[in-house]
Design a protein around this ligand. Structure first.
Ligand SMILES: [Fe+2]
Ligand SMILES: [Fe+2]
Length: 222
């Protein structure tokens, strides 16, 4: 069964934000730090919805690589049914997380469209595709050579995303009184405010991070 992040109520979301902002930063790999620094150079250090959209476009990529590699593994291992079933469970996990990231992306896209802000097509359409393509190749290669490396890179990325979302909410106190109205409420959920919806996304990123950390630990102690 695919595991999806739990939905939290207002109090739990506020507590989750406090935990994230009070926790030390994860010690990230050089590759992850280079990616975050590169994004700051291209998109600026300011937290904007457009920059988060780019983050979400890239966030889906590792799950796609894991899913694809796992399907190929099933092709090779289907005669060992227990192993094939375990691999398929990983596929369901990767798909669940990928779908969750997709909803983050669509919600952001919707909000950006409503804001009427103009986005450069080069910076916010073509360039993110190129970054996602490069990240796909890198993530795929790490996963094929040593899955733990790919999971570690993803944990770095998710840790960054979790912190960025929680800081974004802290920077927008006006969101506490703004309702979350979206065509994706039925898919993603109802929240007391826009602030809570973004806190929930931040908590989803923490869940994704923890899933990757669990995979690292399982691989280490197998
Ligand atoms: Fe996300
Ligand atoms: Fe995520």
């Amino acid at each position: 069964m695919s595991r999806t992040p739990p939905k939290l109520d207002h109090d739990a979301l506020v507590a989750a934000q406090r935990v994230t902002l009070g926790a030390p930063k994860r010690r990230c790999s050089l590759a992850a730090r280079a990616l975050f620094a590169g994004m700051d150079v291209i998109y600026g250090r300011k937290r904007t919805l457009s920059k988060f959209k780019v983050l979400e476009l890239i966030a889906r990529v590792p799950y796609q690589t894991w899913e694809q590699v796992a399907y190929v593994a099933v092709t090779h291992t289907h005669r060992r049914t227990d192993l094939a079933r375990r691999i398929h469970e990983r596929i369901l996990d990767a798909r669940g997380q990928q779908d969750n990231e997709l909803l983050h992306l669509l919600i952001l896209e919707e909000r950006i469209a409503r804001s009427g802000n103009h986005e450069s097509r080069l910076k916010f359409f073509w360039l993110p595709q190129a970054i996602a393509y490069a990240y796909y190749q890198w993530s795929w290669m790490l996963y094929v050579v040593r899955p733990i490396w790919s999971h570690r890179l993803n944990a770095d990325f998710e840790d960054h995303a979790e912190r960025e979302y929680m800081q974004l909410v802290a920077e927008h106190p006006e969101w506490e009184n703004e309702p979350f109205e979206s065509a994706f409420c039925a898919d993603y959920g109802q929240f007391d405010s826009l602030a809570d919806m973004f806190r929930q996304i931040g908590h989803d990123e923490r869940f994704h991070k923890q899933e990757s950390i669990d995979l690292i630990h399982r691989a280490r102690f197998r």
